[in-house]
Design a protein around this ligand. Structure first.
Ligand code: HEC
Length: 457
């Protein structure tokens, strides 16, 4: 019966030869479980598209309805909680899987000739996925979403030269609000997916045209003595053909890919069912004492900012982000050595190890930070009007003075000695980096606050 169906279809489509060509063609020897992460990335991206499209059916991108629509999806819509959970958790897992995929590519030296352009499109895909994460984070419009976006856009806004412009583009105005939500939504469901499809297509096209890179050998296959005089391209093609001769059919790899994708889906389903999509209270732009915590894959960056606090923080951030992005994108151009075996690239391996340890260490340290700290009650001594204002404005939720208060911002116990009154005023009214702005503070309260801060020497 099954056979008859297949042959009925095939007589109409004549697709069997293509199908066999695809599945039975050989891939180089040594393509194994380490190679499942690329196809797993594709699988998770498709999962994001499918669940994302379902979510747009009920989600309402307005400040008034966004939060309620998420509550409706996760509370009322059949399977809504599951679909939203899969969307959320597969995004997290996607970041890990892309990371491992890139690490594998790096260790195997697969970004080298002739796959430089494949690496570059892959690096762009990583940036696109992070942009998806950043824009998607705002959409539930809960406290976490709102304040993480205030901080994230503040950081972009502090960049030298382009900061103001970037801030206005991102927020659609001076504050995070209705326009920001519309903008992020448009980016999240139209602009970024379009860019993603384009780059995935380019990436896959190259992977298919070039074939999967053969795992590096310590002693390359012997092409004979005449080969040394051949042009690079021909030499490479001969070598690749020899690698394929000793390889295995592609369907063996596809089976491994499928097994891994299935395992990933099971893990995601378990997370979606057990943890679901935790929501915080609705966004409240007046809750300035709320200490935002980024999604875990931005924690390393968050922790790095913590070390950079101070006057030059914006410049540092700008330079670090620019440096990391250029380093990733341009890797095939500054690392041009022909050697691909990790054992013969000690410098590259040390760099990779340092990078991995740094990212993991910073993520761990960032995750250990206490989240929001409640502003402590005013102590007996703190009865000056300025000190009371410091409590009332919830500055103490983030700043410690004389051993009391939060740790999200710098210790202000001696701030009077470090900053002038004007600097302090600017800081409070305009905010900077991760410090929220307090533009609506009354003149009396502000001057009392400034008196108090100035007295802290
Ligand atoms: C949500 C947490 C948060 C709240 C609330 C907050 N701050 Fe900050 N504040 C920060 C962070 C983070 C920084 C460091 C920003 C930077 O250097 O770019 C900072 C920096 C500062 C600085 C500069 C300190 C230095 O050494 O550079 C001053 C002064 C300051 N805050 C005063 C206040 C006052 C006054 C209030 C209340 C009106 C307040 N902050 C409320 C997080 C907060």
């Amino acid at each position: 019966m099954w056979r008859r169906v297949v042959s009925w279809v095939d007589e109409r489509l004549n697709i069997m030869p293509l199908w066999h060509g695809f599945l039975d063609r050989k891939v180089p020897k040594g393509i194994g479980w380490f190679h499942v992460f690329g196809s797993a990335t594709l699988f998770l991206l498709v999962l994001q598209f499918v669940t994302g499209i379902f979510l747009t059916v009920y989600y309402a991108p307005s400040t008034e309805h966004a939060y309620r629509s998420i509550e409706f999806i996760t509370g009322q819509v059949p399977f809504g909680r599951f679909v939203a959970g899969v969307h959320l958790w597969s995004a997290s897992i996607l970041v890990v899987v892309i990371g491992v995929h890139m690490l594998r590519t790096f260790v195997y030296g697969a970004y080298k000739y002739p796959r430089e352009a494949t690496w570059i499109t892959g690096a762009v895909l990583l940036l696109l996925v992070l942009a998806f994460a950043f824009t998607g984070y705002l959409l539930p419009y809960d406290q976490k979403a709102y304040w993480a976006t205030v901080v994230g856009t503040n950081i972009a806004g502090a960049a030298p030269l382009v900061g103001d412009w970037a801030l206005r583009i991102l927020r659609g105005g001076t504050a995070v609000g209705a326009l920001t939500l519309q903008r992020f939504y448009a980016f999240h469901i139209w602009v970024l997916p379009a860019a993603l499809v384009l780059f995935v297509a380019a990436h896959l096209f190259m992977v298919i045209r070039q074939g999967i890179a053969a795992p590096p050998r310590r002693w390359p296959l012997d092409l004979g003595s005449a080969a040394a005089r051949l042009p690079r391209r021909e030499r490479y093609e001969r070598q690749y053909a020899m690698e394929k001769q000793v390889g295995h059919p592609f369907y063996v790899s596809i089976l491994k890919d499928a097994v891994f994708a299935l395992l990933l889906f099971l893990a995601i389903a378990v997370l979606a069912v057990t943890i679901g999509t935790p929501l915080e209270p609705p966004a409240d732009p007046n809750a300035t004492s709320y200490v935002p915590r980024p999604e875990w894959y931005f924690l390393d960056f968050f922790q790095l900012l913590w070390y950079l606090q101070g006057q030059w923080e914006p410049l540092w951030i700008f330079l670090i982000v620019l440096g990391v992005v250029l380093m990733l994108l341009l890797l095939p151009f500054y690392d041009r050595g022909p050697e691909r075996h990790p054992g013969r690239r000690p410098v590259a391996m040390v760099c990779a190890a340092v990078g991995v340890v740094a990212v993991m260490g910073l993520t761990y340290l960032g995750g250990r930070k206490p989240a929001a700290t409640q502003a402590p009650p005013a102590s007996g001594a703190a009865t000056a009007p300025g000190a009371r204002e410091f409590q009332a404005q919830a500055c103490a939720g983030c700043h410690t003075i004389a051993g009391v208060g939060g740790t999200a911002g710098p210790n202000l116990s001696h701030i009077g000695a470090a900053m002038t009154r004007d600097q302090l005023r600017t800081f409070i009214v305009q905010g900077r980096g991760r410090m929220p702005a307090f533009p609506h503070i009354s003149p009396d309260a502000l001057s009392a606050l400034l008196d108090y801060l100035e007295s802290l020497k």
